[in-house]
Design a protein around this ligand. Structure first.
Ligand code: SAH
Length: 248
């Protein structure tokens, strides 16, 4: 490989939450590969560069093009939202490379939706948490159900990515049922739509109200509290246990 590939995540939305290293990688790149929505959010940074962009379902085409351009000698950035290593393109790029090309790729961290959305809700991820995508495009729905069941049983705070689309609504409603079997109905659940983007919505509801929040969509992240998560003045808090252990 004559060029280089950097797989990067641009954070949740606006440029305030992009890391300096990711910004620099974009500035130094010649070719920018990514899904239209993410490129739109960083349009000022990519002006004048060669852009390879197509629809959401063409990830293989996009990453194959990225590898091709890097083989030809270009400095390429492949862009995901959030962190490229969390339901992003870092895995696919590595899978497509030949073994001897592995040294030509660099993966840079970004702010993922779980932590970005947690910051808007308060401090819900202070204790052990699980992250589950409800998208069954690439994962068998029964496996997702098993993971939900085990996360609920294990009392993990649970972050849901890809919670519901126009066509895929079933697992969203099932998730409420599964968690209600193991957690109190009043368990706080945080919902963030378009976090750190225009149109941001932040809401905290009870677990038994979650299934009524039909506006939840693919730009939303959901955080279900564990058995000790509380709500204080509109902030979700999962206590780490300091106060219980060190004060009377
Ligand atoms: N690589 C990304 C995740 C891609 S999966 C990351 O690290 O964040 C896409 C899912 O991420 C969406 O369905 C949604 O659940 C979540 N998401 C992405 N951007 C978001 C935002 N600005 N606000 C809330 N959720 C977001």
């Amino acid at each position: 490989m004559k060029g280089k590939i950097k797989v990067i995540g641009t954070g949740p939305g606006n440029l305030d939450h992009i890391t300096p290293a990711v910004k620099e990688a974009i500035e130094k790149s010649e070719v920018v590969v990514g899904y239209k929505t993410y490129l739109g959010l960083i349009e000022d940074l990519i002006e004048g560069k060669e852009i390879i962009s197509n629809g959401m379902k063409q990830e293989i085409d996009r990453c194959t093009m990225a590898v091709k351009r890097a083989r030809e000698g270009a400095i390429v950035v492949v862009i995901s939202g959030g962190d490229a290593g969390v339901y992003g393109l870092a895995g696919l790029v590595l899978e497509l490379l030949e073994e001897e090309e592995m040294d030509s790729v660099e993966i840079l961290p970004g702010v993922t939706s779980a932590t970005a959305c947690a910051s808007l809700l308060g401090a819900p991820l202070i204790h052990d948490f699980a992250v589950i995508s409800l998208s069954n495009l690439l994962t068998d729905a029964d496996l997702i159900r098993t993971r939900l069941e085990l996360a609920a049983r294990g009392d993990f705070v649970t972050v849901l990515y890809n919670p519901k689309s126009k066509k895929r609504t079933e697992l969203f409603f099932e998730t409420s049922e599964i968690f209600l079997k193991h957690r109190k109905p009043e368990t706080p659940v945080g919902l963030v739509k378009e976090g750190y983007r225009q149109g941001q919505t932040v809401k905290i509801v009870r677990l038994d109200e979650l299934s009524s929040e039909v506006w939840v969509d693919m730009t939303t992240t959901i955080i279900i509290g564990n058995s000790s998560t509380i709500c204080k003045r509109g902030k979700m808090i999962t206590p780490r246990g300091y106060l219980k252990k060190y004060t009377v």
